[in-house]
Write a protein that binds this ligand. Structure first.
Ligand code: OXD
Ligand code: MN
Length: 615
């Protein structure tokens, strides 16, 4: 105890509530020692991790790690939102009573960090000075050094963030205990892991993983689950799994900000880091703010919706990242950036890294290459020879400052005013390139019915979406009906509301080809949306929103785009849409307490489609 106090004194931790929290859990988990972390400790911790073999060098100023092979992704089944009030139970939040989960997790964590260091990571998930900073402050206790190194990249870390709190007790208490990864029964009926956010006690207890969102508690557990709950409980803000970008029209000098959600594998990170197509680059400059989380609130002074990216880094999926799909990311993870790669393939001789899609084919010379599990590629058996070299959920972790087109004002605590909120799934038919929605309830309704197509065999029936409301399905912290009402309330309070839109880059022809090339060309529909908001174009009204006319899209340089394909992606397939409305109705019925405005929006869209069909 005295030893812990001495460490806290030496580190300058003055907040007595933080000190109590550290003492309590250090004792309970049996950690051998406590160490308080500041961002300035990065170089030393990196050196220690390299020395201990937890990280391997991956070229100058880059690092490589492998996670335990049974610990490679977020586990949704083992993730729970607990509170003291059963009315917080939703369809997706896997709600359990706090009175059950706190003792269970406390029991599992007892003595479970014996012999290890407990790192104390004070952090803030917001640019300092943000009006939402009080909700953004937390302390993660973790028994794993690589988790600390990821936290330093993903959040603003330092003791100063907890010393000067207006209410010293108001910080998120996060405890991460890795456990014995060999013996946790991952994925079996005897699974020991639990990832619990006790939302009304602002406590996060994660046991049984040291990977990604299971272990970096600032990001998903705090930045999304806790924050979405706090935003609702306080009545002040929204926290969403959204990207955030800025588009400056150099001709007019105006900048627009777009945020929005996409279910996984729908290209959110690529869109967040997009560059203007070459043919339009002289006119438009795109800036990156965030690729995964946005917090939104209304500024009472000007009545506009503002957004921040609470994160400090990007934890991106490596697969398919290359110069064509995401040149910005390639630069952000180059040598000298401090990037940490996890579970990609690694060459122990050249210290090079590779993942599927990095280049068209794997390196021709397999000498020195090991796959994500650490097995030599050259020694693979015939049966294993086609297995991926990198894990499909392998990642890179780099700080925002490394992203070459980072917005100059990305640290502005005031955030940026939001002009548009977009939703985008992955849909092979029906969904046009873009459809804009000007009505608030219809926009929120569209977000609630967001989904990506099931890849049939595995996930469901072809043509039926796996719905992922607002791309928040795994992060919902309270009931979906209350969530929808909260959206209507927050955005409804804005005098100058953002326009909504739904985008889809994934329509295919009968031969399977993509009708729209995607990537950098995806800026074009967003430019149209900004012009629509400005009243410079009018588009064509359909029952599901306003779609561009062919003439309105800026298509310079797209000589290969087929006229019939363009026609298809700007039209509405009424028959398929009417089918979809049936599925949406079933989906919405799952959620008790869905506000009447949302049902009215649904009925309005359905009636419009019926009228269209009758024409
Ligand atoms: C996620 C992530 O799991 O962003 O969604 O890492
Ligand atoms: Mn995410």
């Amino acid at each position: 105890m005295a030893a812990i106090d001495a460490v806290l004194d030496a580190a300058g931790v003055k907040n007595s509530r933080v000190r109590d929290f550290v003492r309590q859990w250090a004792e309970h988990t049996g950690a051998a020692r406590v160490e308080v972390v500041n961002a300035s400790d990065d170089a030393r911790l990196i050196a220690e991790a390299v020395e201990a073999g937890e990280l391997l060098p991956a070229g100058e100023g880059r690092y490589y790690s492998r996670s335990h092979p049974k610990d490679t992704a977020r586990s949704e089944e083992r993730t729970v939102v607990a509170t003291n009030n059963e009315s917080d139970k939703g369809v997706y939040n896997n709600w359990k009573p706090a009175s059950e989960m706190r003792p269970m997790l406390t029991e599992r964590m007892k003595g479970a960090s014996a012999g290890k260091t407990m790192y104390v990571v004070p952090y803030v998930m917001a640019p300092p000075g943000s009006p939402l900073q009080p909700y953004a402050t937390g302390v993660e206790l973790t028994d794993t050094r690589t988790v600390v190194l990821h936290m330093i990249r993903m959040a603003r870390v330092g003791v100063e963030h907890v010393n000067e709190l207006a209410d010293p007790d108001y910080f998120v208490r996060g405890v991460h205990v890795t456990g014995d990864l060999d013996n946790l029964g991952q994925g079996t009926p005897d699974d020991q892991r639990y990832f619990v956010t006790i939302a009304d006690e602002r406590t996060i207890l994660h046991y049984g993983s040291s990977y990604g969102g299971n272990a970096l508690l600032g990001k998903i557990a705090h930045g999304l689950r806790q924050a979405t709950y706090d935003g609702w409980a306080s009545g002040k803000f929204l926290a969403e799994q959204f990207l955030l970008l800025g588009i400056t029209d150099k001709q007019t000098g105006r900048t627009y900000h777009v945020c929005g959600g996409m279910p996984s594998a729908s290209g959110k990170t690529n869109l967040a880091m997009i560059l203007s197509p070459d043919a339009l680059g002289d006119r438009y400059q795109v800036h990156f703010y965030g690729d995964d989380i946005a917090w939104l609130w209304v500024d009472p002074e000007d009545g506009r919706v503002y957004a921040i990216n609470p994160e400090f880094g990007a934890f991106g999926v490596a697969k398919d990242t290359n110069e064509a799909t995401n040149p910005t990311a390639v630069e952000a993870i180059a040598e000298g950036t401090g990037t940490i790669f996890t579970n990609v393939a690694y060459n122990e001789q050249t210290q090079d890294v590779w993942w599927e899609g990095r280049t068209k084919t794997p390196p021709a010379d397999a000498t020195g290459w090991r796959d994500w599990k650490g097995e030599l590629i050259s020694e693979r058996s015939e049966a294993e020879k086609d297995a991926p070299w990198a894990h499909p959920n392998s990642r890179f972790t780099t700080t925002l400052a490394n992203i070459p087109n980072i917005a100059p004002d990305y640290t502005n605590p005031k955030g940026v005013p939001v002009d548009a909120i977009i939703f985008g799934g992955r849909t092979r038919d029906r969904e046009p390139l873009i459809r804009a929605i000007t009505d608030l309830a219809e926009g929120v309704y569209d977000g609630l019915t967001l989904g990506a197509e099931a890849t049939f065999a595995a996930e469901g029936t072809e043509g039926v979406l796996r719905y992922d409301p607002m791309s928040m399905r795994p992060f919902m912290a309270y009931s979906e009906g209350a969530y929808a009402a909260h959206w209507l309330k927050i955005i409804g309070a804005a005098k100058d509301q953002p326009i909504f839109a739904h985008v889809n880059w994934f329509q295919r022809g009968e031969d399977g080809r993509f009708l729209w090339p995607g990537y950098r060309d995806n800026l074009r529909p967003l430019l149209w949306l900004m012009q629509l908001r400005n009243g410079e174009v009018t588009g064509r009204q359909t029952p599901v929103g306003i779609v561009p006319t062919k003439e309105e899209l800026q298509l310079e340089g797209m000589d290969d785009l087929r006229a019939d394909d363009l026609e298809t992606i700007l039209s509405i397939d009424t028959h398929r849409w009417r089918q979809e409305m049936g599925h949406r109705e079933e989906h919405l019925k799952l959620f008790p307490g869905m506000p009447e405005e949302i049902w009215e929006a649904h009925r309005r869209v359905a009636a419009g489609l019926e009228a269209e069909q009758g024409k």
